[in-house]
Design a protein around this ligand. Structure first.
Ligand SMILES: NC(=O)c1ccc[n+]([C@@H]2O[C@H](COP(=O)([O-])OP(=O)(O)OC[C@H]3O[C@@H](n4cnc5c(N)ncnc54)[C@H](O)[C@@H]3O)[C@@H](O)[C@H]2O)c1
Length: 265
């Protein structure tokens, strides 16, 4: 290992995985640890956060699991305070929590719309709001927000609330990037494309009437590389942005999509 984030402390929000295998948050947490970071793994599913920590510890890394709902302001305040009390600092804030909801404006009801914004956008505002004072104090910090190509493209079926949320995530990230650029804090977003993760099988297939295996094959074929990406593709992009290798990079939207947003059909 090259220890690209050696001795940094990384809060990973949504560090578990919804099912067996590698989700984006779990892969990012494990990769940060493999590259030398101490990981504070937050998830509303305690068992999922603990599973991520178990993997990190087995590999010789350091990790603490914390159960919290990132849409809850008090809970976010508490876990940032706990991270500072245990590790003394926070260098990386990785905001992974995000869930798609299939449907257009007539299918999505108001309650769902509000829940989507609370989960996909407000959560990132809350974690940033609570970590930024410490990052400014340190004169050093990197925020990585997981967005989606849905923030810039229609991806084949209506997901109006999710896409609107992810567009907001991009702008939240850029606003932080500019406001804190002179204070040692960088903020960037990663825009995954069609990724093959446990969550995508669960949520996309739950809003889909047809054969799920066929739908997954269609998703592979839509990508110029003829395959969906995986959680490690997203994690490696995040690692780069979080590391000092990206010290002159802030406010970018790093697309990780096998080329799909470059094509017309
Ligand atoms: N999977 C894809 O194809 C894809 C594509 C584009 C973008 N993304 C983005 O990647 C991120 C998620 O990655 P994933 O799909 O691999 O999921 P994941 O497996 O990383 O799961 C996310 C984790 O977040 C946790 N979580 C959910 N709500 C929470 C809450 N309120 N508080 C705390 N924890 C919570 C879940 O318990 C789960 O463990 C999201 O931001 C999503 O929008 C995914």
């Amino acid at each position: 290992m090259s220890e690209r984030v050696k001795d940094k402390v990384a809060i990973v929000a949504g560090a578990g995985s919804i099912g067996p295998g590698w989700g984006n948050g779990k892969a990012a947490a494990v990769l940060y640890a493999r590259e030398g970071a101490k990981v504070f793994a937050v998830d509303r599913n305690r068992a999922a956060a603990e599973e991520t920590c178990r993997i990190i510890r087995v590999e010789g890394g350091e990790c603490l699991a914390y159960e919290a709902d990132v849409t809850n302001s008090d809970a976010v305040k508490s876990f940032v305070a706990e991270c500072l009390s245990v590790f003394g600092r926070v260098d990386i804030l990785h905001n992974n929590v995000g869930i798609p909801e299939v449907g257009g404006p007539e299918e999505i009801d108001e309650e769902t719309w509000d829940q989507q914004f609370a989960l996909n956008v407000k959560s990132m505002y809350l974690t940033s709001r609570n970590c930024l004072p410490q990052m400014v104090k340190q004169g050093n910090g990197a925020i990585v927000n997981i967005s989606s190509i849905g923030s810039i493209r229609y991806f084949g079926y209506p997901c109006v609330s999710y896409s609107a949320c992810k567009g907001a995530v991009n702008q939240l990230t850029q606003q932080i990037a500019i406001q804190y650029a002179g204070r040692g804090v960088r903020a960037n977003s990663v825009l995954p494309g069609l990724m093959h993760t446990p969550q995508i099988e669960h949520y996309v297939s739950s809003g889909y009437d047809g054969d799920v295996e066929e739908m997954l094959q269609q998703r592979h074929q839509l990508v110029p590389m003829k395959r969906m990406g995986d959680a490690w593709d997203v994690a490696h992009a995040a690692l780069f942005l979080a590391s000092d290798e990206a010290k002159y990079i802030t406010g970018v939207q790093l697309v990780v999509d096998g080329g799909i947003t470059c094509k017309v059909t």
